[in-house]
Every structure is written in C-alpha cells, then in structure tokens.
Design a protein around this ligand. Sequence first.
Ligand SMILES: [Zn+2]
Length: 273
Amino acid sequence: MSRTTSLLLIAPILLTACVTPRPAADFPLVDYHVHLKGGLTLDEALEISKKNGVKFGIAQNCGLGFPVTDDAGAMQFIEKLQGRDVYIGMQAEGREWLSLFSMDLIGRFDYVFTDALTFTDDKGRRTRLWMKDEVFVEDKQAFMDMYIDKIVSIISNEPIDIFVNPTFLPECIRDEYDSLWTKERMAKVIDAAVKSGVAIEINATYKIPSKTFIIQAKKAGVKFACGTNNGGKELGNLEYCRRMIKECSLTKKDFFDHRKDRKKRTQRQNQIR
Ligand SMILES: [Zn+2]
C-alpha cells in the first residue's frame, strides 16, 4: 500500500477522532436523589427517567417534622414504588431518625442516605444550614471545625449508604468555599467515608463537592453517587455530575451501586464497631 493510500484511509478515522466529543460517561448513570416534590408525580418522574436514559432512585424524607415519621409511613412509601422501574431510597433527616425507624424497616429500602445540614451545634442550637436565621457562624474557622466533626460523626456512626449534599456551606460563607474547605478538612471527611464504606454524592443542584474534593476523594478510593435533590419538576439531566465525570476521569468503578456496595458497607461498619 502506498503512503498516499494509507493516509487517505487513515484520514477519516483521525478526523472522526478529533471532531467527535468524548462522551461524558460511557456507562449508565443513576440519579439516586430524586424526590416526588413540588407536584412531580411518579409517572412524570418515570417519563423523565426514560427520556434521559438515567435510572432514578426516588427518596422519601423520613424524620422528625418530615412527611414520614414512623415505620408505617415509610412502608406505605415503599409499597407505592414497588414494582415500578425505580430504586427506592430513604432520606434520613435530622439526627433523631435512628430512634424513629426500626432497623428492619431501614433494611427494606434499596439504600439510605443523609446529609449534615441539620444538627445541634456546640452551643446547643438546632441548626439547619439552608435556613438563614438558623445558622450561627460567629467564627468561621471554629464553625468549620465543628461542622467537620458533625460530618465525620454522621458518616462514621449512622447506617447510611450515601452522604449527600456534601461540603454544603450556608449562604453567609459560601463565597469562601475554596479557602474554608482546606485539604486537611477534606481529608477528614474522605477518610471517614473510606473507613465506613459510605459513598459521597456529586450533587447536580448545588454543584458540590468541588472538583478538588472529588479528585482527592477518588485518589483515596471513595465511591460516588449522582444526585439532583430536586424541589419540583425541574430535574435537569445531571449536568454537573457529567462535567465532573469528564474532568475528573471518573469511571463506572468509581460509582456506588447499591446492589453490591450496600452489603459491603454493612460488613465494614459492623467490623469497625
Ligand atoms: Zn433530598
């Protein structure tokens, strides 16, 4: 074959390689953090899931002051979703949830997650980080240290599969995300997640955690889970998660799969207790 002929044969291949954008994820994605809120019905959610080619995990908020506060309510939610093409999730709320639900009931969900947005601070004040008047930041550094202690305690002690809304900061200090989330603070959270086998959410709505956090966590062996945490019908299509998958070179094995990871997490947490 002459040099010209081979070049002619190779040229279209090279051209295709250059102009075809690299797919953001060449594996199926799951959105583990979808709520039937703001009028979104199960049928509508299923339609969006099908259209986007993303499997949904639909979660109920369970805890003090939330729609579901006991085993009976949680069971009703599970029965409503059973047999439909979704995973069934429990979003555990506040820190009292463990006293409200039996372990047997918790085990009936496909997976359980929580965040660290609600806690009682070191001065005994009930804090909800998304509510302006329920956030107390007198000293930013002291607040961060206290907040990281809360996160580590939740990840280490609560029987959860995914830690969601990770690294969320209240509005009053959100602009300082990069300086407040130091490498050391990130390491504490990442360490706890690795030890307990808890996955960390990449949240499409809040666009957290940062790329720096994700790269550091990936290196340590953390598993990730995509999640939207929608408040209504505007679900999007995991745009931030897809961008992070591409920019941090995440692959299928970096992602949580409740069908195998849940069992591993339970074993690991039983071992360290
Ligand atoms: Zn949620």
